[in-house]
Design a protein around this ligand. Structure first.
Ligand code: 2NL
Length: 340
């Protein structure tokens, strides 16, 4: 029996040196100490020994067991260490590689132009007023001196939600609401930027576009005040050497009314493709607030006067940045937006 034990010991230790993986080590353990292992079956034969021999043998077997456990624990740690080292080698992160860059958005040129317009008028003491995009017929039309049979109310121009509720076609209702809220305080000195909606959709019209309207109501406001303010605005927006001119026009909410032209920013007024040879480019509409509209806002037209103006932001942006097709402003292609 001693010989057999000695043989198991030598065999096992010899095989141990040839192992290449922890799986093989596990298999070897089973072959020796498993249910049908060589050492296990030897232990089963212990019963046949004499009472004298049994404890001695027991001790030898236990020693061998401890010895083997130590040997394969050592081997096990060696395999673990190798495995860890090769994982560390394979999974090493190269911190010198540049990271992935995330795509960045860009402020929309329309937002930029709106902010610029706001800055110019805030510099002259105007505050910014906002209001709902879904309006009532009263604020969008009635209060602005557009009676029930006015052509601007036509289904062809306006998105009606019900007979009385619609998408605002201009930002003027914001100004009526502001007058109502702050009367009889003076002055009313606001600009109203925002989205407006009209039932148009072709190369030069989008069903949603942007407007900035302005309103100044106070004692003794005159048309010359309007002209001076618009000249200052035009020079801030399009350059110090711009001039403006006012042409008679008509809006239901102003009287008198005017179209406002600025000297061409491309040719300086000499005449070119952009101004179609005239030297002038129309940029906004304006006028003295109609007495009826002042009344609807809660002010007495015998005591106060006012001027108002309105401009399309898309048009201003196209002129300022030389954008030839309005649809580019609504495609939201980042390659386009990044240019501004
Ligand atoms: C244009 C012309 C204009 C107004 C808007 C206005 C507002 C109130 C009272 C009187 Cl509350 N007028 N707004 C006045 C004249 C012209 O817009 O061509 N916009 C794109």
């Amino acid at each position: 029996m001693r010989e057999e034990i000695q043989k198991i010991k030598e065999d096992t230790l010899a095989q141990l040196t040839k192992l290449t993986s922890s799986e093989e080590l596990q298999e070897l353990k089973v072959r020796v100490m498993g249910k049908k292992g060589s050492l296990t079956s030897l232990l089963k034969q212990m019963g046949q020994l004499s009472a004298e021999e049994r404890p001695k043998m027991g001790q030898i077997v236990n020693e061998l067991r401890t010895q083997l456990e130590d040997a394969w624990d050592k081997k096990w740690r060696e395999f673990e260490k190798n495995a860890l080292e090769s994982r560390l080698r394979e999974e090493r992160i190269d911190i010198s590689l540049p990271g992935y860059s995330l795509p960045q958005g860009h402020q929309h040129p329309l937002s930029k132009v709106i902010e610029e317009i706001e800055d110019i008028f805030m510099g002259m003491g105007f505050t910014i007023a906002e209001g709902p995009e879904i309006e009532t017929d009263y604020y969008n039309f009635e209060a602005l001196n557009l009676p029930k049979d006015h052509p601007a109310r036509d289904m062809q121009d306006t998105f009606f939600i019900t007979e009385d509720i619609l998408l605002r076609t201009q930002t003027s209702p914001v100004q009526i609401r502001t007058m109502e809220k702050q009367r009889p305080q003076l002055p009313v000195k606001i600009i109203a930027p925002g989205k407006v909606f009209r039932n148009d959709d072709d190369a030069t019209h989008s069903p949603m576009f942007h407007q900035v309207e302005g309103l100044l109501v106070d004692k003794g406001v005159r048309m010359s005040d309007l002209k001076g303010l618009l000249l200052y605005f035009s020079r801030q927006m399009f350059g110090e050497s711009r001039e403006i001119r006012l042409r008679p026009s008509f809006f239901p909410f102003t009287e008198p009314s005017a179209e406002v032209d600025v000297s061409c920013m491309l040719c300086g007024g000499a005449g070119c493709r952009l101004c179609k040879g005239t030297g002038w480019i129309e940029i906004l509409g304006a006028g003295m607030v109609h007495p009826h509209v002042l009344e609807m806002g809660g002010y007495n037209p015998k005591e106060v006067t006012g001027f108002a103006f309105g401009m399309g932001v898309e048009r201003i942006a196209m002129l300022k940045y030389g954008i030839e097709d309005m649809r580019l402003l609504f495609d939201n292609d980042i390659r386009f937006l990044e240019q501004f």
